[in-house]
Write a protein that binds this ligand. Sequence first.
Ligand code: NAD
Ligand code: UFG
Length: 338
Amino acid sequence: MKVLVTGGSGYIGSHTALLLLEAGHEVVVVDNLSNSSKESINRVAELTGKEPSFHQVDLLDEAALAQVFAEHNIDAVIHFAGLKAVGESSIIPLAYYHNNVAGSISLLRAMEAAGVRTIIFSSSATVYGDGNSIPYVEKMEIGATNPYGRTKEMVEDILNDLGTADSSWRIALLRYFNPVGAHPSGRIGEDPLGIPNNLVPFIAQVAVGRREKLMVFGGDYETPDGTAQRDYIHVMDLAAGHLAALDYVNDKAGVYRWNLGSGVGTSVLEMLHAFERAVGHDLPYEITGRRAGDLPAFWADASSALADLGWSTTKTVDQMCEDHWRWQHNNPNGYQEG
Ligand code: NAD
Ligand code: UFG
């Protein structure tokens, strides 16, 4: 298949592009490079021996998107492009709705015009909000509690309506839990701009000496060690989930939603200690106040993805940290050093 990957030079997109190429698909990447570097695509080419076609295009530029569809005979789209910082989304909500919702509409209109009807969409566990019991199951009512999460919910709604209006659409909504890790080569990985918001990228920067210590947000939750629990998923497992979903919807029209997680909760301190094992020594940390908006614990019920797609996670928390550390150690400044 020829697959258009929006946001393909970003963290999850680059790992998925690599697996698509390894599986024999052709890859066309559309990215405006607002949160990534073209160097990730160069490295995907180096690792696979195959060159993705790269277009520096903003999703909001519908004419430029139409040109990409005209140039390539696209069979399916995997749609990663979006802004993703939860805290920032409350400060500049319009930018989030414009980029994530209007950008998705622009993409869907270009797909419709080009006769492409297959899309895999990056949704998030954040759509479950704070009113559900754990583990989260796909059939639960959703209700995001921040603008970023609401953009995901809105795009889910749009795709749902599209699938209802026209039954030829093949749509997968993938609700990711917490992606971490990197390709085992250490050549591609997550390269956050500025101070990382997320736990593992922050720990990795402490380990490499770019940050003084980890601040653990909350030590008084009702969890086994008092720190918050999340469902961490290796980015290679997550990427594989996209190929499985693509295979599934390719011969079954309709709208499908799957959690992509491990089904297991890991605490902040357990994650820190796994990272310390990968690095080979202790790392400095301090327990501080809770971060506003954080939930004490959540993880996926991942049984639908197993039943429907035959997909489940394969990598342990230790492997996630080892691979994340290899990437960070070999590329202390991310892609900046080329
Ligand atoms: P990322 O920032 O590394 O990748 C997103 C890519 O999209 C970037 O390369 C960016 O330059 C590009 N982009 C953004 N807006 C664009 C636009 N208007 N036009 C073209 N390109 C644009 O993020 P990621 O971690 O790889 O996340 C990929 C997707 O998965 C996002 O939609 C994100 O919301 C979703 N997601 C991520 C996580 C996570 O924790 N990483 C969790 C759940 C869901
Ligand atoms: N944490 C710290 N210190 C830090 C960073 C994080 O203690 O410096 C804690 C947080 O308080 C939380 C846990 O580590 O308890 C995980 O935090 P992350 O920021 O890594 O992940 P979140 O679960 O808060 O959110 C992430 C994405 C969301 C997404 C969600 C589920 O940022 O967009 O995973 O996929 F919705």
